[in-house]
Ligand binder design. Structure first.
Ligand code: HEC
Length: 272
């Protein structure tokens, strides 16, 4: 029986009617690759992008191993370490192993092995590659963005401290700066300091005394610390927001984050 000539979409479509032209050179230029419907070209593009993902996943793994080279911090903090670990796993599984076998090998070899001209739905085949690439970019961007938001932890057990806005609480520039840098920008703001004093006198001085020297609560102005993290603004924020043992209640339920930053700035000013 004579072979039926099926109008070709993929490979032959790229070779301008010359069925013997190699898929690599039948058409030239970047554009002919990004819009190709040829299963072999799509397979090679999968090979390129999944190999890139493999390389990235490998670099994340190397950074993880490098961090574990010595005790304590070697190159990255605990936060970043966790992020790298997650990135390594997610990249290797979802961006490399799962798509590489069917995407690269399956696309390239399967139609040849079964004697088909191309895969069914070659446009869908190409679209799947682009959806994969968009997904990969979203994954990396979201993880990188999350790196900008500090992870607060409870001073008592280091469990994650969830920061919730009070009803009607607005994000202020100071809070944003604090999130970005971990530094309380109100320390050099006279207006904020005087508001911080009022808040301190209302909420804190009963236990820590007006000069911060401490009574029920410990001194806030000497160099002995109940919690070592109190020396950083982020650490003090965690203690004030989330509370500590005994009488030191979580203030996050009563004060906005902006107010807490004003109080912290004032407490810092007491020390000098
Ligand atoms: C009802 C008493 C009380 C009030 C009010 C109070 N604290 Fe405390 N505070 C304590 C106690 C008690 C501790 C020690 C907690 C512990 O050892 O776990 C403490 C600990 C702290 C620490 C940690 C000090 C260190 O050396 O590690 C900081 C910082 C602090 N308080 C700030 C504040 C601020 C700011 C306010 C006002 C918003 C405030 N506290 C209000 C009782 C209080």
């Amino acid at each position: 029986m004579a072979a039926v000539d099926i109008p070709a979409l993929g490979h032959a479509a790229d070779s301008h009617g010359d069925p013997d032209a190699s898929y690599l050179i039948a058409k030239r230029g970047i554009w002919s690759w990004v819009t190709t419907l040829d299963h072999k070209r799509i397979g090679l593009m999968y090979l390129a992008v999944t190999s890139t993902a493999f390389l990235a996943g490998g670099i994340f793994a190397l950074l993880v191993r490098l961090e574990l080279f010595s005790r304590g911090k070697t190159i990255v903090d605990a936060e970043t370490y966790n992020r790298l670990f997650t990135l390594h796993g997610a990249t290797m599984v979802f961006l490399f192993i799962i798509p590489s076998i069917p995407g690269a090998l399956g696309n390239f070899f399967l139609p040849i092995m079964i004697g088909a001209k191309d895969v069914a739905f070659p446009r869908l085949n190409l679209m799947s590659l682009y959806i994969y690439m968009i997904g990969a970019v979203i994954l990396l961007v979201t993880v990188a963005q999350a790196a900008g938001v500090p992870q607060f932890t409870s001073p008592l057990d280091d469990s994650p401290l969830e920061i919730k806005s009070l009803p009607g609480e607005k994000m202020t520039d100071a809070v944003q700066t604090f999130y970005d840098t971990g530094d309380d920008p109100y320390k050099s703001d006279a207006q904020a300091l005087s508001e911080g004093k009022e808040l301190y006198d209302t909420y804190c001085q009963a236990c820590h005394l007006p000069d911060g020297s401490g009574r029920i609560g410990p001194s806030l102005i000497d160099d002995t610390h109940r919690y070592p993290r109190v020396t950083t603004d982020k650490g003090m924020f965690e203690i004030v927001y989330g509370g500590a043992t005994g009488a030191m209640q979580p203030m996050g339920k009563r004060l906005t984050q902006d107010q807490i930053l004003r109080i912290i700035a004032y407490v810092r000013s007491l020390k000098k």
